[in-house]
Design a protein around this ligand. Structure first.
Ligand code: ATP
Length: 354
């Protein structure tokens, strides 16, 4: 049995329902949950803590059934976006507050060690209202981590922090949980949280879990167009037209791509390609072994962080390529240019056949 087993969880809140969510996690797994607003991510997390009683289904943690257990007996820590520190207590007292209930005795060493690992040891005498957002979030993390929860739940813990503070908070969190083999479920709207912290990713929509898998699996092989669009992966419908030498040729509306994945000739398939796995050049390459090379027109350029998203039209299909600004600058691309898109055969993933 897995460390966390959630089976067919149903919760009916009238206007919103969680519909048969099942998942299992191993000890030490770090799961990030993503999904559009109102998908039920928070309700799901709160049902594990014990705020909502399921109408149906089971939650088992380390072999213990939780559904009938009081929230305070579940040994689960939760960290929110708004920190939830006790304002009349110092940081030290806030951290001690959680620990007192779990491990009475000499707590001072443990508090100072945890504060040190999250770089808030110089703030222990301060009240939460005098701290920056990043400092408050680290204090909130310390308060929860110090009791070494069997399961750590986090609901958008970094969303109020600026990019740089967020990066630092991620690193410190990673460091702080390394020794504890903490199992984590972390809701986020920032895919960088998933890349930096998680080994697993789940996508929720309308009260349902659409996909759960290893991080690279969900990004590279989304199981639906919705998941693909949510994680920034291209999703194309095609038909297998031939098979030879261990690869298949797939016709995507006039554009033919080869893949090392297998499917029968004549079968309709969905194909997933990560936007960053499409390279772009101005000239047709002389040697393109192992690559699919597709002639396309550049329809639009959308700057996105440190990259640009290129809308490419190749015959009947619209593709997206994510190109770092450095490469964009070198290529000197403009809307309307004719370009070549290169895609390695191993980056053409058949995700569904039939
Ligand atoms: N107590 C409640 N009674 C009825 N409906 C509720 C209750 N609490 C939340 N909801 C509804 O349940 C739905 C799911 O809410 P939830 O907070 O889980 O979404 P979410 O996926 O976490 O969204 P976000 O990304 O915006 O935080 C929403 O439509 C919300 O309005």
């Amino acid at each position: 049995m897995s460390f966390v087993e959630i089976d067919n969880l149903h919760i009916n809140l009238g206007e919103f329902r969680l519909k048969g969510v099942s998942l299992s996690l191993d000890r030490g797994d770090y799961l990030t949950i993503i999904g559009p607003t109102g998908a039920g991510k928070t309700i799901f997390l709160e049902s594990i803590v014990g705020f909502w009683r399921p109408d149906q289904g089971n939650i088992v943690l380390d072999g213990r059934e939780l559904v009938n257990e009081l929230p305070e007996k579940r040994h689960i820590g939760i960290v929110y976006q708004d920190y939830a520190l006790l304002p009349h207590m110092t940081v030290y007292q806030n951290i001690a507050y959680g620990l007192k209930k779990h491990k009475p005795g000499n707590m001072d060493d443990a508090i100072r060690k945890m504060a040190g690992s999250l770089h808030i040891d110089h703030l222990l005498h301060r009240k939460p209202t005098t701290l920056s957002g990043g400092e408050q979030q680290r204090a909130a993390l310390a308060r929860v981590l110090i009791v070494e929860p069997a399961l750590l739940l986090m609901d958008e813990p970094f969303s109020a922090l600026d990019q740089q503070t967020r990066r630092r908070a991620r690193l410190l969190l990673k460091e702080a949980i390394r020794d504890q083999t903490t199992t984590v479920i972390h809701i986020t709207h920032d895919l960088d949280d998933a890349w930096a912290l998680a080994n697993k990713l789940a996508v929720f929509k309308d009260g349902r879990l659409l996909q759960l898998g290893a991080l690279h699996e969900v990004f590279n092989r989304p199981n639906s167009r919705f998941v693909a669009e949510f994680v920034g992966t291209g999703f194309y419908r095609g038909t297998v037209v031939s098979r030879k030498n261990g690869s298949v040729a797939i016709d995507l509306g006039g554009t033919c791509l080869q893949s090392f994945d297998q499917a029968d000739q004549g079968v309709p398939v969905d194909v997933a390609i990560r936007h960053e796995d499409i390279r772009v050049s101005r000239n047709k390459p002389a040697h393109a072994n192992g690559f699919n090379v597709v002639k396309a027109t550049l329809k639009n350029i959308v700057p996105e962080g440190s990259s640009s998203l290129l809308d490419l039209q190749a015959d009947a299909i619209a593709m997206h390529a994510l190109i770092p600004h450095r490469a964009m600058h070198r290529l000197n691309l403009h809307r309307g240019d004719d370009v070549y898109a290169w895609i390695r055969k191993e980056h053409v993933n058949i995700v569904q056949a039939g």
